[in-house]
Design a protein around this ligand. Structure first.
Ligand code: GLN
Length: 485
């Protein structure tokens, strides 16, 4: 990592050492966000006034001891920040301003972070390329003709372009790890129940987790430590102690065991991606870890299972957008029924409608057993595959994505090929386990590649330590073409 990179570690030392102020850092971040947004479309809202006011308060002594004091952050537009919009990338929530902070927002604020803006995303977090946003696609800072990945593409692009050192996204099936890989940064999806979802707009409730982007593993670990832990307002958060993920980094890898499911390195995996990921496996061997073969016999069903369970849950969660409670309402309906129908018809985009229909179908009485119930059964088998793999290894290593960043428009007419982008990521969401994507070099044409480590439930310390060890030995020296400064 070149020393000029604007990591949290660097920004914090500049502020605490008196070399910079929260206001200077915030202004720099806001300037970059505004200047690059024409090219990247990463932000849906940039809060210059609010962020500078907040930074001034910090410089005047508020939040003195916070671990993120003066650190600018960006939040995906499906996470609530009081006073800012939360559109989820959808027209149906245009103009919606939640009157409260998500728990993750509260915790970032309590640690001294400065929220500079809300980031663009696929509508209701449904997508793998950020082309499903009602507000236009995000562009990849490494090559603006290409997608940043999705659905948290705006947050990924904002970090990759060094607008902010860290950002939050959300994961239902890979929406942080996948864009992290395509944008050459670190993305961490925690164990299900690790981070509160109070104030995160629901997509697939048995899968969703707020997740973290950072430039480095250490930064991502620090942000995760800040937001993790039990929350009385979210009954799915577990009362499990939050370890100090940052203090746990370092040390050698003697005795560590990395499991490689070779069967997943076959068909459909891009040759350049494979080569870089094989390089990461070799690197772990060189670092003293033991590399073992593992099998995940049911992993091949994960896309099918994911797109049944996620759409079923989405169809139920999205029933609340009826024109009465939030955001957009169709004009001049002749009666209540038409108001519902036209609000949803005009307010939702094509992918969201496709998923509501698919989800309603798999939950319908005639097909419930054949699809939804069957998917739940296979989900259990996928979970068991991981439990048995973790008897012989501490982390399972795979590519994060089958290909590097693809071109805008390349997959928009083919939803199935788009869904295949999640082939390596959605199994962790189905199993409820944590995963981290780590950059492992560039393709010959200069596009980032990432590998992923998946760990045991509550095994964030293990995968972060392993990821950090790789990163220390193999920092990604190159940086994207579109960048702050
Ligand atoms: N790409 C996946 C989907 O479209 C994952 C989305 C997500 O993780 N939010 O469902």
């Amino acid at each position: 990592m070149p020393s000029s990179d604007r990591t949290i570690e660097l920004i914090s030392s500049e502020i605490s050492g008196g070399k910079s102020t929260a206001q200077t850092v915030a202004a720099r971040s806001l300037d970059a966000a505004e200047r690059l947004n024409g090219e990247l479309n990463a932000f849906l809202q940039i809060d210059r006034v609010g962020a500078l006011r907040r930074a001034k308060g910090l410089d005047e002594g508020a939040g003195a001891g916070g671990a993120l004091r003066g650190v600018p952050v960006a939040l995906k537009d499906n996470i609530c920040v009081r006073g800012m919009q939360a559109t989820c990338g959808s027209s149906i929530l245009a103009g919606y301003h939640p009157p409260y902070d998500a728990t993750v927002t509260e915790r970032l604020n309590a640690a001294g972070a400065v929220v500079v803006g809300k980031t663009n995303c696929d509508e209701f977090a449904m997508g793998s390329s950020n082309e499903n946003s009602a507000y236009g696609p995000v562009r990849n800072p490494w090559d603006t003709r290409r997608v940043p990945g999705g659905s948290s593409g705006g947050s990924a692009a904002a970090v990759a372009a060094r607008i902010v050192p860290a950002a939050l996204g959300s994961e239902t099936g890979g929406s942080v790890r996948q864009p992290a890989a395509l944008c050459g940064i670190v993305g961490v999806k925690p164990t299900y129940g690790r981070v509160s979802r109070y104030g995160l707009v629901a997509f697939g409730s048995s899968l969703d987790q707020v997740s973290v982007f950072g430039l480095t593993v250490r930064d991502a670990a620090l942000v995760l430590r800040t937001i993790a832990g039990r929350d009385e307002r979210d009954s799915t958060t577990a009362d499990v102690e939050v370890p100090d993920y940052v203090a746990g980094l370092g040390g050698d890898l003697k005795g560590a065991r990395i499991g490689v499911p070779r069967a997943l390195f076959g068909e459909g995996l891009d040759a350049d991606v494979r080569a870089r990921v094989e390089g990461a496996v070799d690197a772990y061997r060189d670092l003293g870890a033991e590399v073992v073969d593992v099998e995940l016999p049911h992993a091949k069903y994960s896309i099918a299972v994911y797109y049944i369970i996620a759409t079923a849950e989405a169809s139920s969660n999205l029933a609340r957008y009826d024109g009465v409670r939030y955001g957009f309402r169709a004009e001049d309906p002749k009666d209540l029924r038409e108001m519902y129908r036209r609000t949803r018809e005009e307010g939702f985009g094509a992918e969201v409608k496709r998923r509501i229909m698919l989800g309603t179908y798999v939950l319908s009485s005639g097909y419930y057993d054949a699809y939804y119930l069957k998917a739940q059964q296979v989900r259990t088998l996928i979970q068991r595959d991981f439990l048995s793999a973790f008897e012989t290894c501490d982390a399972v290593l795979t590519p994060t994505t089958p290909t590097p960043a693809f071109r805008l428009g390349e997959k928009t007419d083919d939803p199935l090929s788009m869904y295949l982008s999640d082939i390596y990521t959605c199994m962790a969401n189905l199993a409820g386990i944590p995963g981290v994507s780590v950059p492992c070099g560039l393709t010959p044409s200069g596009l980032p590649v990432g590998f992923q480590l998946m760990g045991r439930h509550w095994g964030e310390p293990d995968i972060l330590r392993l990821a950090h060890a790789y990163e220390q030995a193999h920092p990604l020296a190159e940086r994207p073409g579109v960048m702050a400064e």
